[in-house]
Write a protein that binds this ligand. Structure first.
Ligand SMILES: Nc1ncnc2c1ncn2[C@@H]1O[C@H](COP(=O)(O)OP(=O)(O)OP(=O)(O)O)[C@@H](O)[C@H]1O
Length: 283
């Protein structure tokens, strides 16, 4: 099993990154193979500016997630200026970045549920070490253990302690991974298609827990193709189409019939249900 060698304790809050925006993209472009997948994308997400990145299949959402998590790098700009900054910095050690930015993605869930068996509490507490489970060199302190238990309770899954991740339902495993992502109280949470595979009730419950996090001060960066997942606390939307920003700004201004029809390549009608938006296909 591969483990990252660097152990991180509590996050380095108080460093100069504290006041920096969560994310700054300035004309960021990404090449994959021979193709330009993201093209001159600009986006600024300040602390507390909960933002959704919305787009059809193939619009470049996962590529953008990988750009933020440093799994992919942007093309160098001609003027030499950085095109991607996370918490004000261009370069990060992955483990250090993870202590500030919690990440939940389908790829991560697959990895955690299919590889070597992993117990729920270990999965969560090992988030402090940016490792997949506890190894001989990882010694969680009582404070870390207490915080892991708190994170499980926060996601409503304290009763799953002792179970193996592989035996959990999709929704249960998703909540374990969110507890893990939250364990060191990151400043922001990057959620890639977070409610994929969740049933109606679990999804609603999950969205409510996202709302609580947002209200508690964790900046949400939600990547999705489901407009229904955009919880009321999210006020900004970037609409992606073929790797470019089709619209960006205030939620109500972006989520219009015209903009979504263009983004999804079909006639879409946007509806409102309370504080949530919905979309249906226009005949
Ligand atoms: N390694 C690669 N080489 C070439 N093209 C790639 C590569 N990975 C992705 N692409 C292409 O980049 C485009 C954007 O893919 P990406 O996975 O970022 O989209 P997405 O919006 O996340 O899609 P989905 O909603 O289906 O997950 C697609 O056209 C895809 O075929």
């Amino acid at each position: 099993m591969q483990r990252e060698s660097v152990a991180v304790g509590f996050p380095p809050h108080g460093l100069p990154v504290l006041d920096a925006p969560v994310l700054e993209l300035d004309q960021a472009s990404v090449l994959r193979g021979e193709r330009l997948i993201l093209e001159a994308l600009s986006l600024r997400v300040g602390a507390g500016e909960h933002t959704a990145i919305l787009g059809a299949n193939g619009s470049g959402k996962s590529t953008l997630v990988k750009l933020i998590t440093r799994q992919l790098y942007p093309l160098a700009r001609q003027d030499g200026r950085p095109s991607v900054r996370v918490f004000g910095r261009e370069r990060w050690h992955v483990a250090e970045l993870r202590s500030l930015l919690g990440i939940v993605s389908p790829a991560l869930q697959l990895d955690y549920t299919t590889d070597t068996p992993l117990e729920v509490f270990d999965a969560v507490v090992s988030g402090f070490f940016a490792a997949r489970g506890l190894g001989p060199d990882h010694r969680p302190t009582p404070a870390m253990r207490e915080r892991a238990q708190e994170a499980l309770a926060q996601m409503g899954i304290a009763h799953l302690r002792g179970r193996e991740l592989a035996t959990l339902s999709t929704g249960e495993a998703r909540r374990v991974l969110i507890a893990r992502a939250l364990v060191h109280r990151p400043r922001a949470l990057l959620l890639d298609e977070p409610s994929a595979g969740l049933d109606l009730a679990t999804r609603r419950h999950f969205l409510e827990s996202l709302r609580t996090l947002a209200r508690g001060g964790t900046t949400l960066l939600l990547v999705t193709h489901h407009i229904e997942e955009i919880v009321p606390e999210i006020g900004r939307v970037l609409l992606l189409r073929e790797g470019k920003a089709l619209r960006h700004g205030d939620k109500a201004g972006v989520l219009t019939d015209d903009a979504l029809s263009e983004a999804f390549g079909m006639r879409v009608r946007v509806g409102r249900e309370g504080d949530y938006f919905s979309a249906s296909v226009r005949e």
